[in-house]
Design a protein around this ligand. Structure first.
Ligand code: ZN
Ligand code: ZN
Length: 356
């Protein structure tokens, strides 16, 4: 691997690592900052009434209620009262009245959930001086379920939610004209941690964006690498073609018996380290060095230099390899200069240079 590509690989690895750790830290931060906390309070609900069947005083106290989000967290007490109209147990009618017992001081409105907002119900009850509003959950799939009601701007009235069975129990007593006293007291504080939908969306989007950036960068990196490799191959091919062209221009000679190359003191072929014999075909390079044709041709294709003196045959023959983009091989020959004319370099010339 070339030093350049090694550096590039290291850089890509470093960047990938950096991106991954960035994603991780990002997710970790989001977990801490975006996860929301919800605080809510339970309410003890105490109901006291005289049992119509046995005339006994009965008292039940359960921690079944839940304070509304915007309700003051304090105790409240009063006679329970339903809306007068049997069809408006939800207290959605602004003009609907509550069946407040005659001598009751403070009273607590008992309304069914649904049909209008919690704010509406609470406002309609407080307009008639209710000291607390108890909403019972309706239509929940889970028995005894309550939720934290949101009812902004309803003032200082205590608002709680109780489960449906409890609400129906009290409503049934009130419908039978049994006076029920309700006492609401603060229960336990609860802290619920949850991740809101918007934060999930935010986390997902930022993660996806980071992934896209990383992927785009990777794709870009590999395209660059591919292009680099392609250009290198093309260049290699061009050089090979130029070398073939140069080789075709070099002089070839067949050694004859009695030629000075066959003498014992003549240099051996530098490629195969063998001496020259009669009928050997030799290639003569522009630097006047000669080698077996079969020895030097493959070498020249690969190296394009003389094995002895390293002279570049492309330069010597004036064959310029252009860095053209379209992959076409453009070779230019410098006029006259260094161009080996086979008719000029004859046997005799080689003869005299071979000894030197
Ligand atoms: Zn040889
Ligand atoms: Zn040479």
């Amino acid at each position: 691997m070339a030093p350049g590509s090694l550096v590039a690989a290291c850089r890509s690895l470093a960047l990938s690592t950096w991106l991954l750790s960035f994603c991780f830290v990002h997710l970790l931060c989001l977990d801490f900052t975006v996860a929301e906390r919800e605080e809510w309070y339970t309410a003890f609900v105490n109901i006291t009434y005289v049992d119509p069947a046995t005339s006994e005083l009965r008292t039940e106290k359960t921690e079944c209620g839940r304070y509304g989000e915007h309700s003051p967290k304090r105790d409240a007490k009063g006679m329970a009262a339903l809306p007068v109209a049997p069809l408006d147990r939800q207290a959605c009618d602004p003009n609907g009245r509550f069946a407040v017992p005659a001598r009751a001081g403070a009273w607590v409105a008992l309304v069914a959930g649904g049909n209008c907002t919690y704010e509406d119900k609470i406002r309609h009850a407080t307009a008639q001086n209710a000291s607390a509003v108890v909403v019972f959950n309706v239509g929940s799939s889970v028995v005894n379920e309550t939720i934290t009601m949101a009812h902004p701007g309803t003032g200082e009235v205590v608002a709680i939610m109780i489960p449906e069975p409890k609400g129906r129990e009290v409503a049934a007593l009130l419908e039978r004209n049994v006076a029920v006293t309700m006492t609401i007291t603060i229960g336990t504080r609860n802290l619920q941690k949850y991740v809101s939908r918007t934060s999930v969306v935010f986390v997902s989007i930022s993660f996806i964006v980071l992934m896209i950036i990383s992927l785009a960068w990777l794709v870009f990196y590999y395209i660059q690498r591919f292009r680099y490799a392609n250009a290198r191959d093309r260049n290699q091919r061009r050089l090979g073609d130029a070398a073939k062209k140069a080789i075709s221009k070099l002089q070839v000679r067949t050694i004859r018996k009695g030629d000075q190359e066959t003498e014992a003191d003549f240099d051996n072929c530098a490629v195969c380290i063998e001496g020259y014999k009669a009928n050997d075909v030799v290639r003569i390079l522009p630097c006047r060095h000669l080698f077996h044709k079969s020895c030097v041709d493959p070498w020249l294709l690969d190296h394009r230099t003389c094995p002895m003196c390293k002279m570049n045959i492309l330069k010597a023959l004036g064959i310029a390899v252009s860095p053209s983009q379209n992959g076409k091989i453009l070779t230019m020959e410098k006029e006259g200069k260094a161009l080996i004319d086979r008719s000029i370099i004859d046997h005799k010339a080689v003869d005299t240079l071979g000894r030197g």
